[in-house]
Design a protein around this ligand. Structure first.
Ligand SMILES: C[S@@+](CC[C@H](N)C(=O)[O-])C[C@H]1O[C@@H](n2cnc3c(N)ncnc32)[C@H](O)[C@@H]1O
Length: 293
């Protein structure tokens, strides 16, 4: 007889953990976390610390097919997106409008390390991780809920959040033209086999979408990988695209985000532990060329 995976076996620790976290997530995911939402201890007093989620309880397959229909929810257009559900702290209660916009996106954010390290460095920016895998997204949501809760007095981590989504399909549904200042592609899935290259997150068609959502003349695409072949592929496609130009090593050396992305993400840390190579390439979204009639 086939046994159920631990995540579906009501007697397992993983099942109980997930159920508990899901209840917590449902309750706190969209609310503004402040002193009133702090969890109660068994003695009825408010406790200030919430345990950070444990990665081992969120295991799932390493890859998710970016071409399958994941029944994802996405807005019809950016104006239909209610960002206050992800960043309630930035909703102006008197006007009902958001005070800040999402300007930084971490595509395929994995377990969220980059979001967390960027958060205090960019307090005026809302930072969004987009992640296709359900359990990984749940982990990042739980991590952010706990961090917001544990840093409630200094309003920490209110400017980061994660969305389950397929960045290869719906980016223009979420972001207006020119909305983003920075897009990160940290250790994207390499899809080694030639017939799988079309699943890579950097292709000519997708670059045109990234150029659309990035700020003209200013937006930057950051890439980092430990796979040389993928690095060369990303550089080749970005260099061939008419709306991107490569930033030089001097620029990389002086850019704060390049330093952060080297070691902030979980993959980056793994590569560091194994003393593997890290290949970086950054590109500016240049201004649209003038059309001369
Ligand atoms: C190798 S991991 C890197 C994660 C993270 N950036 C890091 O450096 O630790 C690649 C991540 O991209 C996610 N991903 C792959 N294709 C995606 C897509 N089309 N949209 C959103 N996320 C995607 C995967 O689920 C995975 O978590």
């Amino acid at each position: 007889m086939k046994t159920k995976p631990l995540s579906q076996d009501p007697g397992s620790k993983r099942y109980a953990y997930r159920v508990n976290k899901e209840e917590n997530r449902k309750e706190l995911k969209h609310v503004k976390i402040d002193e009133t939402t702090l969890p109660k201890k068994s003695n009825g007093k408010k406790s200030s610390l919430m345990e950070l989620p444990k990665k081992r309880f969120y295991r799932q397959r390493a890859h998710s097919n970016p071409f399958s229909d994941h029944q994802l929810e996405y807005p019809k257009s950016p104006s239909d997106m209610d960002w206050s559900r992800l960043y309630p702290y930035y909703k102006d209660e008197s006007t009902g409008k958001m005070t800040n916009k999402v300007t930084i996106a971490d595509i395929g954010c994995g377990f969220g390390g980059l979001l967390i390290d960027l958060s205090p460095k960019f307090p005026q920016d809302l930072i969004l991780g987009m992640e296709i895998r359900v359990q990984v997204t749940n982990y990042v949501e739980d991590r952010i809920i706990a961090l917001r809760n544990n840093n409630v007095t200094k309003q920490g981590y209110q400017n980061i959040n994660v969305l389950r989504g397929n960045a290869m399909k719906f980016l223009p549904n979420f972001f207006e033209k020119g909305q983003l200042n920075k897009m990160f592609f940290c250790f994207p899935d390499p899809h080694f086999k030639q017939r799988k290259h079309k699943a890579r997150i950097v292709t000519t068609t997708l670059l045109s979408e990234y150029a659309y959502v990035l700020k003209e003349g200013e937006g930057v695409v950051y890439t980092i990988t430990d796979v040389e072949d993928l690095h060369l592929w990303m550089v080749k496609h970005l260099e061939a695209h008419p709306l991107f130009e490569r930033l030089d090593e001097e620029w990389e050396k002086n850019d704060e985000c390049v330093q952060i992305m080297r070691n902030a993400t979980e993959e980056g840390k793994k590569v560091e532990r194994k003393k593997g190579a890290k290949y970086i390439a950054c590109f500016r979204r240049i201004s649209n060329p003038e059309i001369i009639i």
